[in-house]
Design a protein around this ligand. Structure first.
Ligand code: KIV
Length: 279
């Protein structure tokens, strides 16, 4: 077997039935991890049939599926509803669900109530943003048997502090802070960390210094895996074209063309024909 085929076989083996140890095994074996956001049952069915390794029910659901301008409108109830729908559509995929804005900042009891709801809805792990002031909560969640994914760099729940959706860790001092926060998350028991919108070099340093895998979005190629928003990568979000995004389909056009064809057929009397009618 060639080295390329061997790597592909290892990758398939590791990705099958992805779980927390699988994340570490993939980083250690040099296999990139693919993750995609997903928020609903029918999209989850498509992800379930794909080779993508794992799913993030992100709090970006507030923007993508509900039309809010930021992720601050996501609530535990919203995240729970979408997590349950995704779990029904993709029962064989590893699902990470976002703890929404402030849900882990009001004390341990509130944080654990949110964690419990998401896990009972079908998540296998939770994700939360930042570390300052909640490393102990991360540790408690992990010690309770719930895997935690961290999230550093651009943390959209802090958009009002950051002043917008901007690239982070651009100075040497900011990279040092990013590295120390990533180490803090690793020490608190996180099994992986998302790095959002940071320069490639900063992401490379964090990835090399951590044992656990890093999952990048707008963080360049030197990370352990990538995550993109389903609607963005499939071209369902026309007009949204940040530098980091690659679109793999033009689903918006496919859907619009199908709808127009249906409308034409209804108006011309072509649909329903005899074959679509009962006798
Ligand atoms: O909610 C989300 O979509 C995310 C990704 C950007 C990582 O957190």
């Amino acid at each position: 077997m060639t080295a390329v085929l061997q790597a592909a076989a290892t990758r398939k083996e590791l990705a099958r039935g992805m779980n927390v140890p699988g994340f570490q095994e993939m980083k250690d074996a040099g296999c990139k991890i693919s993750m995609v956001t997903c928020y609903d049952y029918s999209s989850a069915r498509a992800v379930a049939e794909s080779s993508v390794d794992c799913i993030l029910v992100g709090d970006s659901v507030a923007m993508t599926m509900h039309g809010y301008p930021t992720t601050l409108s996501a609530t535990t109830a919203m995240m729970t509803l979408h997590t349950a729908a995704v779990a029904r559509g993709a029962p064989s995929k590893f699902i990470v669900a976002d703890l929404p804005f402030l849900s882990y900042r009001k004390g341990l009891k509130d944080a654990m109530d949110s964690v419990e709801e998401l896990m009972r809805a079908g998540a296998h792990a939770v994700k939360l943003e930042g570390v300052r002031g909640h490393a102990e909560i991360v540790r408690h969640i992990v010690d309770s048997g719930v895997p935690v994914m961290g999230h550093l760099g651009l943390t959209p729940q802090s958009i009002n502090l950051l002043g917008g959706m901007k690239v982070q860790a651009k100075s040497d001092a900011a990279v040092k802070i990013l590295i120390s926060q990533a180490r803090e998350l690793e020490a608190a028991g996180c099994f992986s960390v998302v790095l959002e919108c940071v320069p490639s070099e900063a992401a490379r340093k964090v990835t090399e210094l951590l044992k656990i895998p890093t999952i990048g979005i707008g963080a360049g190629p030197h990370v352990s895996g990538q995550v993109l928003v389903y609607q963005d990568l499939l071209g369902l979000n026309p007009g949204f074209k940040p530098k980091f995004l690659k679109t793999y389909a033009n689903a918006f056009e496919v859907i619009r063309t199908g709808l127009d064809a249906y409308d034409r057929d209804v108006k011309s009397g072509k649909f329903p024909s005899e074959s679509e009618s009962y006798y």
